[in-house]
Design a protein around this ligand. Structure first.
Ligand SMILES: NC(=O)c1ccc[n+]([C@@H]2O[C@H](COP(=O)([O-])OP(=O)(O)OC[C@H]3O[C@@H](n4cnc5c(N)ncnc54)[C@H](OP(=O)(O)O)[C@@H]3O)[C@@H](O)[C@H]2O)c1
Length: 242
């Protein structure tokens, strides 16, 4: 049985990833900021939880003590487009704040949590970062830029975890396209927004959290030991990562 930690694991894609590993008999810990949401989700899944803000270095340092001593699989899933929750920025100060919010949530959360947990990652550990189709030029401003930076850092992390001789760990990034049944869009995506995104796929449907979870599950499996430093696109062909 492996210890699996999933940030942002109480809702949406993270919840589906947690369910995937829990159903496979792994020991799962989910994290997030809202303790009541985590507590409910953890009870439904039969997993452990730890509440902390993954963008806050002090909170991450403190939370490490509440996480398993050895971690075999880390999924950096916490993220979202912070521009959705704020008015269009006016003035340089507001622009800087808006950009930093997306960089903090989508890049620094993964960097901080992974760096804090590096000493606990066991031999052959698997790290999977959740990126986005937005990194590949679909026009999502600081959100897409933050996910593109996450892709770049994943390549560095793969070298750091890889070691030599084939027993090292792997780091990969799974980049979803549109995924419904999550809190990502809040109330903000109307029928036309969904229709437009689905029209850009080659299979005519939106993604589900399950689509992403099974991909993460494969990358975390022993069979995926020679796949590392990669971006795996889960988007129905809306963007072709070839
Ligand atoms: N849905 C899509 O169409 C889509 C497409 C491409 C990529 N993605 C990516 O998929 C990942 C999961 O998103 P989702 O769609 O499942 O949305 P979601 O339901 O909003 O999930 C985001 C999770 O992250 C947690 N979180 C947010 N800020 C946090 C922070 N500062 N510290 C710790 N946890 C934090 C949230 O819990 P708390 O609020 O309680 O902290 C929540 O559980 C994100 O990285 C997102 O960018 C989503």
């Amino acid at each position: 049985m492996r210890n699996v930690v999933i940030t942002g694991g109480a809702t949406g894609i993270g919840y589906a990833i947690a369910r995937h590993f829990a159903e496979a008999g792994e020991r799962v810990t989910i994290t997030g900021r809202r303790e009541h949401v985590l507590k409910d989700a953890a009870a439904r899944l039969g997993v452990a939880y730890a509440a902390f803000d993954a963008t806050d270095p002090d909170a991450v340092s403190e939370a490490v003590e509440r996480l398993p001593a050895t971690i075999h699989v880390l999924v950096n899933n916490a993220g979202g487009n912070t521009d959705r929750a704020r008015p269009a920025p006016r003035g340089l100060r507001a622009v800087a704040q808006a950009w930093r919010a997306n960089l903090d949530l989508n890049l620094m959360s993964a960097v901080l949590v992974t760096t804090a947990l590096l000493p606990r990652l066991g031999e052959g550990a698997r790290v999977v970062n959740i990126g986005s189709i937005a990194a590949r030029g679909t026009g999502s401003g600081s959100y897409g830029a933050a996910k593109a930076a996450l892709e770049s850092w994943t390549a560095d992390l793969a070298a750091e975890l890889g070691g030599s001789g084939g027993s090292g760990g792997t780091a990969n990034l799974v980049a979803p396209g549109l995924v419904l049944e999550t809190e990502f869009f809040g109330d903000g995506l109307d029928e036309e927004g969904i229709r437009r995104r689905v029209a850009s796929t080659r299979n005519g449907r939106p993604g589900t959290p399950h689509d992403v979870a099974t991909t993460v599950g494969f990358l975390a499996s022993p069979d995926a030991g020679h796949i590392t430093g990669q971006v795996i696109h889960v988007n129905g062909g809306a963007y072709l990562g070839r």
